[in-house]
Write a protein that binds this ligand. Structure first.
Ligand SMILES: Cc1ncc(COP(=O)(O)O)c(C=O)c1O
Length: 385
């Protein structure tokens, strides 16, 4: 049985009794029990409130283990860089204050003299960074695979050949791939496709970057480890605030020859924060346990879905090659009123565009704060309020 079907069949619970009991409240001793209760279905992470974030930071500082950085060098920043480099199996890693800048620094550095970069048309780098790569670094991005998740090898090959064979040769320097793909409901590019694309690019001397903002949610769904993914690419970016508990930030990992000294470029772009620790100090503690916690969060989500589906008003839709998202259809209930009633019960829903009857639900670690039966009860009550 492949890993995804194994999970769908409930194999996870059979393997680990700990995973069979999702829904353990996550309030540490000494913390205000009124905090850390909200479950959200709209975010990549727990989305701490200011009070929750301040309390966690205070608790960490009280241990005496938290060391300040100096212009994003040393201290907690260096420790986080080492943790991610080890987790990803890369020799070096650098903290960057945003993923937007991490992607930019990666492709700008890898491109060298060959400034044409192949990207997915649906990627963050192409859609959500303005024309920063072109305006600030003289790169020309070529968007491939319009409307899709990945990009076809034939399309890549044809652009590589066309670029090298023009009247003015303008070779492709970098192939950048995002997976999971945010604009495609967080669906992932199948590993075999990545392997084929990367093998071809390597054969052409093209360097490779992975926008793995949410890389750590991939193994549960694809059966391939974060190290397997990272090994295919020269550089890998992982967000430290989407799945982990940072307030902002990113890690860019790769070979030492790419990463060492890159902090000068980070500074050039105004990203050498004088004190980064308040933004990223909470991230490190969540790295080691994330994959197991995320598996438990999905198990909790499956239990909520099963309980809701027993009510004819609710049904769910899965995403092909999906990761952290599913769609929840709610019929015969006005969605805005339902969302407001759920919020009054500490369950935050994403809402939906006017006229839609389904919501794009995110599975994240906040689901571990409350037993699934209670979350389902609150949603059923909200639908009848
Ligand atoms: C896939 C992807 N890459 C990069 C980014 C940029 O990250 P940041 O918001 O930290 O700049 C995002 C943020 O939404 C993203 O979803």
């Amino acid at each position: 049985m492949d890993r995804r079907r194994f999970l769908a069949a409930g194999g996870l619970a059979a393997v680990s009794p700990a995973l069979a009991q999702p829904g353990v409240a996550k309030v540490a001793p000494g913390e205000d029990p009124a905090l850390f209760q909200t479950v959200n279905f709209y975010s990549d992470g727990v989305d701490y409130t200011p009070a929750e974030y301040a309390q966690r930071l205070q608790a960490l500082a009280a241990t005496g283990a938290l060391q300040a950085d100096n212009y994003s060098l040393g201290g907690a920043v260096q420790a986080l860089e080492k943790t991610f480099a080890d987790a990803l199996g890369k020799p070096a890693a650098m903290f960057v204050p945003t993923g937007t800048l991490a992607n930019h620094l990666a492709v700008r550095t890898l491109a060298g003299a060959d400034r044409r970069v192949l990207v997915q048309a649906e990627s963050h780098l192409y859609n959500d960074s303005g024309d920063g790569a072109g305006l600030l670094s003289g790169l020309s991005l070529v968007p491939l695979g319009l409307g899709g998740t990945g990009m076809a090898l034939d399309e890549v090959r044809s652009w590589v050949e066309r670029s090298a064979g023009g009247r003015v040769p303008n070779r492709v320097g970098v192939l950048s791939i995002e997976s999971p793909v945010r604009r495609r409901d967080h669906a992932f590019v199948p590993y075999a496709e990545l392997q084929a694309l990367c093998a071809y690019a390597r054969g052409q001397g093209i360097r490779l970057h992975l926008d793995g903002a949410r890389l750590f949610s991939l193994p549960l769904h694809s059966g391939h480890s974060v190290r397997e993914y990272a090994a295919l690419f020269d550089t890998v970016y992982v967000s430290t605030w989407k799945h982990f508990d940072g307030a902002s930030g990113a890690i860019l990992a790769g070979e030492a020859e790419v990463i060492d000294g890159l902090y000068h470029q980070r500074r050039l772009f105004g990203g050498g924060l004088p004190h980064a620790w308040p933004l990223m100090a909470l991230a490190e503690a969540s790295v080691a346990g994330f994959e197991a916690d995320y598996a438990r969060a999905w198990q909790a989500a499956e239990q909520v879905i099963a309980l809701l589906s027993a009510d004819a008003r609710f049904s769910m839709r899965r995403i092909a090659n999906g990761t952290s998202r599913f769609y929840l259809r709610v019929q015969g209930v006005a969605l805005p009123a339902f969302v407001a009633a759920a919020q009054a019960r500490s369950v935050l829903l994403p809402g939906a565009p006017a006229g839609a009857d389904e919501m794009a639900m995110q599975v994240n670690l906040s689901l571990l704060r409350s037993p699934p039966a209670l979350v389902a009860r609150k949603l059923l009550d909200a639908a009848s309020a």
